[in-house]
Design a protein around this ligand. Sequence first.
Ligand SMILES: NC(=O)c1ccc[n+]([C@@H]2O[C@H](COP(=O)([O-])OP(=O)(O)OC[C@H]3O[C@@H](n4cnc5c(N)ncnc54)[C@H](O)[C@@H]3O)[C@@H](O)[C@H]2O)c1
Length: 284
Amino acid sequence: MASKRIGVVGSGIMGAGVAEVAAASGFEVVLRSRSQEGVDAMLAGLDASLARQLKKGRIDETTASDVRARVSAVTALDELAACDLVLESIVEDLAIKQDLFRELDRVCAPSAVLATNTSTLPVVEMAMVTKRPERVCGIHFFNPAPAMSLVELVPAITTSDATLAEARAFVEACAKTPVTVKDQAGFVVNALLFPYLNNAVRLFDAGVASRDDIDAAMKGGCNFPMGPLELLDLVGLDTSLAILDALYAEFHDPNFAPAPLLRRMVAAERLGRKSGTGFYDYAR
Ligand SMILES: NC(=O)c1ccc[n+]([C@@H]2O[C@H](COP(=O)([O-])OP(=O)(O)OC[C@H]3O[C@@H](n4cnc5c(N)ncnc54)[C@H](O)[C@@H]3O)[C@@H](O)[C@H]2O)c1
């Protein structure tokens, strides 16, 4: 069964990005935020993104208005009832995601695929709070979703082949490249990326080099498009800390033990771009 109407839950960095990608690929998208402010901010962000693409000549007026018309934003979860596939993209916290999966299982048709955009958490533990563990799958987009080509498909040990095939068809229809990865913490990309980002925070905290020099070193020395501290600010330091905590809990590898400075910065609400301050300051 091909998905036509996509639900996205969460209007943060990733929810908004995935909603834009799906709408631009021709899907009807219902985006759910808990608050009217979240709905308004998401729609304003979508309008701004479409206006930027229009100005750069990447899309024309008709495409922009068609994409905009395909997105509806709601606050009531029940509005997702007619969706074929719902992708949650809320805070990286297993208990909160499990509560949401229980609700989605109640609201959505039994045939609907329920998916998680989690970066590290066990997909099977979300699947098992539903009555349809075979219809639950990880679909892990990257940030920023409109620009990044990769998506990790993460079948839990309960996921059926038909569900995985539908998830793959959705990702391919979004013109993304899927890789299939076992349901273990960090999947491929974050399991490899986060020890590096975490050790960059340790180097910075130890005064081995300045913030700018650490980022310049990795851009110039490894040809990375962003330095590690810039990238942590883009991901969000709270999400990064949650990812490292989950990786450490699963593997007990010291490289995954969050750098103390990272935890302190999250406690101080220096979350990176989304809060206006992280390793860098961002004009708001
Ligand atoms: N930031 C990244 O680079 C990135 C990349 C890929 C995947 N992810 C994953 O995407 C998901 C969302 O991350 P994000 O970066 O968009 O975070 P974000 O902080 O930008 O947004 C989080 C969203 O969760 C909502 N939320 C918070 N508490 C909630 C609750 N109790 N119930 C329901 N909703 C709640 C917030 O209102 C917000 O809409 C996470 O699972 C994260 O691991 C993040």
